[in-house]
Ligand binder design. Sequence first.
Ligand SMILES: Cc1cc2nc3c(=O)[nH]c(=O)nc-3n(C[C@H](O)[C@H](O)[C@H](O)COP(=O)(O)O)c2cc1C
Length: 204
Amino acid sequence: MFKKILITLLILAVIGGIMALIHHLRVAHRNKKELANFSQETPYTAQLGKVLVIYYSWTGHTQDIANQITTLTKADTYRIQTQEEFKSSPAFYARIKKELNNKIYPPLIEPLPDVNPYDVVFVGGPVWWYTMATPLYSFLGKIDFKGKRVIPFSTQGSNPGTFLKDFTANVNNAQVGTYANFNNVGPEYNKAVHNKIVHWLNNL
Ligand SMILES: Cc1cc2nc3c(=O)[nH]c(=O)nc-3n(C[C@H](O)[C@H](O)[C@H](O)COP(=O)(O)O)c2cc1C
């Protein structure tokens, strides 16, 4: 009996491993294909006026994209921070899932930024459970964009889910511009990701 359970568990683990590997290979293939479109270096030509880049980043990926936008557009920048410092653990994923289901969003460190002086405001953050990370919900609930041009962006492992739809439904009084999303990829794609950012900004 014990042997049978052990063999079943082993088979399930092998199947799980194979499925994870197939998923990983598929995502890698998709990233390669998408970023091949951005192998050419493009000069930055956008003229966006006075720009503010607002972002939330827990593990640094969104910060990296936000920094590149900031440098290119010569923007001011504002990092959204939660009052609680989130600690990484497997339980954190389950907690966030529950909080998203119950619309419980974390309190933020204030003051929040004044968006009034800006022509264009970028707002970005990670995808959590196929939607916006909870601190972005907290943030958007507190800001009136008063008709400003707001450009959303996200970073994610591989699936942005309904980030844009949820962003658009939660951003107050904004003219939402062209969204861009960035999968997490290895350093071999740094140039292509940069070119993708330049291309996006030039076409806003
Ligand atoms: C709680 C949680 C849920 C996540 N859910 C998704 C998801 O649904 N889809 C996805 O592609 N990546 C998901 N990720 C991965 C993050 O979106 C990705 O690593 C992102 O680039 C992290 O951004 P940051 O480093 O700026 O915090 C999740 C990460 C966390 C912590």
